[in-house]
Design a protein around this ligand. Structure first.
Ligand code: ZN
Length: 275
C-alpha cells in the first residue's frame, strides 16, 4: 500500500503497537534506514524516526534535504513534523503543547544546493499548510490537555547550545511561544519541494525549570532525570498525531502545491554583454 502521509516522529510504542515495518529509502545523499511503513487507523503512513541519519552532529549539520527527499522519493506530498522544544513564556510549563502557526528564523542554516538545478527561494509568507494545520488543530481540541494553536516557533541554531536568559526574555517580549533548532530548515525544504507540511511541538523545559536546575547544581541537589520527562512529553504530540490519523480524510490542499517560485531562466547577465 502506498503511504499517503509521512510523519517525522520518534515513538517506539507506536511502531510496535501498529506493527510498522522498517524499510530503507534511497536518496541522492545515500540510503535512509530509519523509515517505518504500515497502516495506522486505516491510513497508510511512513514514519521517519527523527532527523538524524546515523550521524552525531549539531543541528546546523543535520541533512534536512535528505529527509525531505525520502518523502519525495516515496511519492508522498504530505508531511507532519513533531518537535520537542524549549519554552519561552514564564507561565507556560514543561509539557505544554502547540500546533505551529508561524516561524521566526534566527538564521545560520546551510544547505547543499546542486548547482545544476535552478535555484529559487521558498515562498514562506505562510509557512505551514493551512489544510493539514487545521486538521491538527481539530485533533488537538479532542485532547484531555490544552493545546495552544497558531504558535510561533523561533528557529535558533545552537552553536551548539540552547538559549541564554536574555535571548528567552527577548523572544518573550516579541510574543513568540517556543524555541527549537530544526523546524525552519525542515519547513523550508518541504515548501521548496511543494510538500504540504504542518507541525506539532511539546515543550520540554521552561525558563523557570532551567533556573531551578542551575540552582540545584549550585546547591548540590540531585535533579530529576531529564530524558524520562522528554519521553513523557513526546507522548502528547504522539496522541495528537494518532487522533489526526483516526479522523483523517484525504482532502485537496488549496495552496502548497501551487506555491512554486521556480526560476528557470536565471542568467548572470544579459547575452549582449558577451560581445
Ligand atoms: Zn498544503
Amino acid at each position: 500500500m502506498k503511504p499517503r502521509i509521512a510523519i517525522i516522529m520518534r515513538d517506539d510504542e507506536i511502531i510496535k503497537k501498529f506493527n510498522l515495518k522498517r524499510i530503507t529509502v534511497n536518496t541522492s545523499y545515500g540510503p535512509v534506514h530509519r523509515c517505518y511503513e504500515g497502516v495506522i487507523y486505516g491510513v497508510s503512513v511512513l514514519i521517519i524516526y527523527g532527523r538524524f541519519n546515523g550521524e552525531k552532529v549539531p543541528s546546523s549539520e543535520i541533512n534536512f534535504q535528505q529527509t525531505i527527499e525520502v518523502v519525495k522519493n516515496k511519492n508522498i506530498n504530505k508531511l507532519i513534523g513533531t518537535f520537542v522544544v524549549g519554552g519561552i513564556h514564564p507561565n507556560m510549563p514543561q509539557g505544554s503543547v502547540y500546533v505551529l502557526g508561524d516561524i521566526v528564523g534566527m538564521g545560520n542554516y546551510h544547505i547543499h544546493w546542486n548547482q545544476n538545478v535552478p535555484f529559487h527561494n521558498a515562498e514562506m509568507y505562510e509557512p505551514f499548510c493551512p489544510m493539514l494545520t487545521e486538521k491538527l488543530c481539530e485533533a488537538s481540541r479532542k485532547m484531555p490537555f490544552s493545546v495552544k494553536e497558531n504558535a510561533t516557533y523561533v528557529s535558533f541554531n545552537g552553536y551548539p547550545r540552547i538559549e541564554t536568559k536574555k535571548e528567552l526574555e527577548f523572544y518573550h517580549r516579541q510574543g513568540w511561544d517556543i524555541v527549537g533548532q530544526t523546524c525552519d530548515p525542515e519547513a523550508t525544504m518541504a515548501r521548496i519541494n511543494q510538500i504540504c507540511y504542518a507541525a506539532v511541538a511539546v515543550q520540554i523545559d521552561d525558563p523557570t525549570t532551567r533556573e531551578e536546575y542551575i540552582l540545584s547544581l549550585k546547591k548540590n541537589e540531585k535533579h530529576q532525570a531529564y530524558v524520562e520527562s522528554i519521553k513523557s512529553c513526546r507522548k502528547r504530540t504522539s496522541q495528537i498525531v494518532l487522533q489526526f490519523l483516526k479522523d483523517y480524510q484525504e482532502e485537496a490542499c488549496p495552496s502548497c502545491k501551487k506555491m512554486s517560485r521556480k526560476n528557470n531562466n536565471f542568467r548572470e547577465f544579459p547575452d549582449y554583454f558577451y560581445e
